[in-house]
Design a protein around this ligand. Structure first.
Ligand code: 5GP
Length: 191
């Protein structure tokens, strides 16, 4: 998706060879016009698949999914919670995630109220690196007996293994920008 690639080139920056910082439009300041364009693009790529629910994970996935939902007939957006809160329902699905950026393991939780066997789910997230966050959400979709229609990612880092593993597992994965390499001089190479 050209608009997203242009934003990455103009406003993103590499932090070492592995981490791409996009705080200017995706992870801190939010470019809602860009999110709308992303929503249109996901709707085109997942057209006719009967998506009735978006599933994401806090924090950065929430804003994107909330805007993307407009293009899926304003379907509900459910987000996996990372922190146990006292008022969260007792009936929950949980799965474990290893965070690549924080280098720690945490639990993600979704209330059983908001994910059911009849649901046709599209997982949305900001980045795909080693695929741990998406794998945990996929696991939760399976626990619910719901159908995983696919996974929509803003930025996939093609040099990490998440994308390959999901595609090999037969998941319909659509990434709007695939970064193949971040060079030492700061140049970002796309797929
Ligand atoms: P994974 O679970 O696929 O290894 O990592 C995906 C999660 O880690 C995303 O939800 C995102 O929050 C974070 N992440 C991974 N790589 C990057 C990166 O290069 N830049 C930013 N901003 N976040 C990343």
């Amino acid at each position: 998706m050209d608009l997203l690639k242009q934003k990455i080139v103009e406003e993103g920056s590499a932090s070492g060879k592995e981490i791409l910082k996009v705080d200017a439009f995706l992870n801190h300041q939010l470019d809602v016009r860009l999110f709308e364009a992303m929503g249109e693009e996901f709707a085109r790529r997942f057209a006719g698949q009967g998506v009735n629910k978006l599933l994401t994970i806090e924090t950065s996935g929430i804003a994107i999914a909330a805007v993307v939902a407009k293009y899926f007939d304003y379907c509900p957006v459910v987000f996996g919670k990372k922190n146990v809160s006292l008022n969260l329902d007792k009936e929950i699905y949980t799965s474990e995630v290893y965070s690549f950026t924080k280098q720690t393991t945490y639990q993600v939780m979704v209330s059983k109220k908001y994910l059911n066997a009849g649901d046709r789910v599209l997982i949305i997230d900001d980045f795909l690196a080693n695929g741990k966050a998406v794998e945990a959400l996929k696991d939760i979709v399976e626990q619910a007996g719901a159908t995983l229609v696919g996974v929509g990612i803003a930025i996939e880092k093609g040099f990490q293994k998440g994308g390959k593993e999901l595609r090999n597992a037969g998941v319909k994965l659509e990434s709007l920008a695939i970064v193949q390499e971040m060079k030492e001089d700061g140049t970002i190479v796309f797929d």
